[in-house]
Design a protein around this ligand. Sequence first.
Ligand code: NAP
Length: 269
Amino acid sequence: MSGPLSGRTAFITGATGAIAEACALQLARDGARLALMARRADALTQVAARIREQATGAEVHELCGDALDEAAVAGALQHAHDIAGRLDIAYATVGGGAFKPLIEHTAQDLRDAFETNVVATFHVIRHAAPLMRPGGSIVCLSSGSAQLTFRHLAAYHVAKAGLEGLVRMAADELGPSGLRVNAIRPGLTRSGATQAMFDGGAADAFLPEYPLGRLGEADDMAGAVRFLAGDESAWITGQCIAVDGGNLLRRSPDLAPLPVANPQYQGRT
Ligand SMILES: NC(=O)c1ccc[n+]([C@@H]2O[C@H](COP(=O)([O-])OP(=O)(O)OC[C@H]3O[C@@H](n4cnc5c(N)ncnc54)[C@H](OP(=O)(O)O)[C@@H]3O)[C@@H](O)[C@H]2O)c1
């Protein structure tokens, strides 16, 4: 496909997620060749099919694997590189955390959140960078929760704050190699993880804190990721850009009334 990213290869983890899929579609429409990684092969095949259908001529490769498994990520990145002898964009999207009062968190909850949000992203940065040439762009998926506290999302808040530290460190150290590292910080966005909040009305508690008057859709993230992936952001690195309808201008809703024990709400913000 022709477009501003024509000829470039983009690797994406967590590619079966709603945000990842919307962004992958945009990158494909911009001409990038996609190498998509997720654990569920069937879901990945469905995502790839939808992208091929909506972006005619898109080249989409499916790489099944767990983003927490360093060897699997390294192998998938090498595979992505070897498709056309180049790796231009790496987008690390895996993350998440459970709703739970701080006092009920275990140390293992914090370790798990760190592993899912920080270490999974580290694997991508660590193994993508050596395969990239100057001009390469690494994009990460943070959250408004890295900045705002949300009651009952402690482990997630701490992990996303850690992820943003990783983004800054990586940007500083990889800058001299001509590589950029940035992140987007979504506000509450409809996805597999949050659909129950939208369906059950819990998401309505967020609305007064969103100056633009609505909550996020996965497509809202695609423009920002496209910008960070491509040359228009060539002199931007180490930044975490809020894509949140202005939520960071205000505050977080009080999530404490949510039925935290309800597994429906194992979502993220
Ligand atoms: N939705 C929001 O409101 C929101 C707000 C701020 C930030 N975020 C961030 O956005 C990211 C994605 O969230 P989403 O809302 O789009 O979620 P989602 O639709 O629920 O998708 C998450 C995807 O990640 C994949 N995944 C999870 N663990 C994985 C692993 N270990 N290895 C490979 N893939 C894995 C899953 O696919 P498989 O099961 O197929 O592997 C799943 O499809 C997270 O980092 C989250 O913190 C979301």
